[in-house]
Design a protein around this ligand. Structure first.
Ligand code: NAD
Length: 443
């Protein structure tokens, strides 16, 4: 295994999922401490020691990456620190951080070089005050005001962290709604709460220019509803998507092909157009999610050792760790509509869930996208506290070809939020105990 870092871990462990989730945990705690007043519990104003917070987060990263290093050692994996260059279809050269080179011959290789934050020309100002996600996750400080460019996964997750830490956060999103890939009824739940914790969420708005001014950044905003086109923010976070790291040195010495967006082209086994070389993860296309990458890697390894394997998931879960979380898998309602597919959608509002009420989080919805003929579950969407944990049941249902009856008949533990999945299946039959929605004749 070749990587420049001291231990394996990649974006997920070093500068993605893990540091962001540690910080989002703190954000959740800060929010609950404030909300506890309504439950008759007062803690006083929290004080935040940013150095200790950062050290705690870095400690988690250190333990996880160190653990992976040990695990790979125990499994007999040779870990070479350095940057690799392809010399041909079966050879690579690795340059160590100190400059020494090692030549390697291989029968097969798997490329998993990931992606990096996109930095479009108008948004790439060389300045300490303009952050990408990596810089923001270092928590260099808590700016008084933060402009987040991009209302997608990263913008909303990191924006939520800084809003909880005390920054006045403004989000600008180019499209008509946050998280363009997700169903609107789900994003609506999050948008309502984010609207309350952020200073503003400006939709159909873009940034036309950035320039340093005083201690901050002067930003030129462009959009139909923008009242003030020139504003100064302490810091700006640019989170407008990611691009694949497919500019691998020596790629031209192989027959590997890339598509128009720069993704490496692979087949169902994740083999590139160079038969000895496979590629997985963000490098080969959307969705850019760690769990998709690791399953692709399993398929690639199985293909290499001669098994009849392919990467053909029926459902890849997506989770946005905002407050509340949004999670979905399989067919979305918007996709069904765009493709002209007839589906029946069953929604269970969390205001009817006893467990949600005891958590003071009735702001949620669980929905199923169902084939009305076969009654098979084609998609599941959840907006609500802990949606990311709950969605796994939806993945299992879809992968197993479950029908709404299967889900309805599975006894779910009470009182839990998982019951919202069972009750949304009951909604299909007009029999949900906790919402009165009788089945209409002919449906
Ligand atoms: P994204 O695609 O999720 O969101 C980018 C957003 O920026 C979109 O809503 C887009 O419309 C908007 N945008 C693009 N250009 C703009 C502009 N000039 N002005 C204003 N808005 C603009 O991308 P991201 O948030 O950078 O995250 C990248 C990827 O990383 C995600 O797609 C996801 O695959 C992955 N990721 C996943 C998680 C998770 O699983 N929880 C968390 C973080 C990142």
């Amino acid at each position: 295994m070749i990587d420049e870092a001291p231990d394996p871990g990649g974006v997920c462990l070093y500068r993605g999922c893990m540091p962001s989730k540690a910080l989002l945990h703190v954000a959740k705690l800060l929010t609950e401490v404030r909300e506890a007043r309504a439950w008759g519990v007062e803690f006083g104003e929290p004080t935040i020691d940013i150095d200790r917070l950062r050290a705690w987060k870095d400690g988690i990263v250190g333990k996880l990456t160190g653990g992976l290093g040990q695990l790979s050692g125990q499994r007999g994996v040779t870990y070479l620190r350095g940057r690799a260059e392809l010399v041909g279809p079966t050879a690579a050269r690795v340059t160590a951080p100190e400059g020494d080179t090692t030549d390697l011959q291989f029968e097969h290789a798997i490329l998993a070089t990931g992606s990096r934050p996109a930095s479009p020309p108008g948004l790439s100002l060389e300045s300490d005050r303009v952050w990408d996600s990596t810089r923001a996750l270092d928590v260099p400080g808590v700016p008084r005001s933060l402009l987040v460019v991009g209302g997608g996964y990263i913008g909303l997750e990191i924006g939520s962290v800084y809003a909880a830490l005390g920054s006045a956060v403004t989000v600008v999103e180019m499209t008509a709604g946050i998280l363009p890939g997700a169903d609107r009824d789900l994003t609506g739940v999050v948008a309502r709460r984010l609207g309350a914790v952020c200073e503003a969420i400006l939709l159909e708005t873009t940034v036309a220019g950035l320039a340093e001014e005083g201690d901050g950044v002067r930003v030129t905003l462009q959009g139909a509803g923008v009242e003030q086109t020139e504003r100064v923010f302490d810091r700006v976070l640019v989170a407008v998507g990611r691009v694949p790291n497919s500019d691998i040195p020596g790629l031209e010495r192989t027959s590997i092909q890339r598509d128009a967006r720069g993704f490496v082209v692979v087949d169902g086994q994740r083999r590139t157009s160079e038969p000895t070389i496979f590629a997985v993860g963000d490098l080969v296309g959307e969705p850019m999610l760690a769990h998709k990458a690791s399953h692709e890697a399993r398929a690639a390894v199985e293909a290499i050792v001669g098994h009849k394997a392919a990467f053909e998931p029926a459902a890849i879960p997506a989770v946005v760790f905002t407050d509340p979380e949004i999670a979905w898998c399989g067919l979305t309602e918007a996709q069904a509509k765009a493709e002209g597919q007839t589906v029946q959608v069953c929604r269970f509002p969390w205001a009817a869930s006893g467990r949600a009420m005891t958590l003071d989080r009735p702001d949620g919805v669980t929905k199923l996208v169902v084939d009305p003929e076969s009654e098979q579950i084609l998609g599941v969407g959840i907006a609500g506290s802990g949606a990311g944990e709950l969605i796994a049941e939806g993945v299992l249902a879809i992968e197993m070809g479950a029908t709404v009856s299967d889900l309805r008949l599975c006894i779910h533990p009470h009182p839990t939020l998982s019951e919202t999945l069972m009750e949304s299946a009951e909604v299909f039959f007009g029999q949900s105990t906790h919402v009165y929605r009788p089945k209409r004749p002919g449906t």
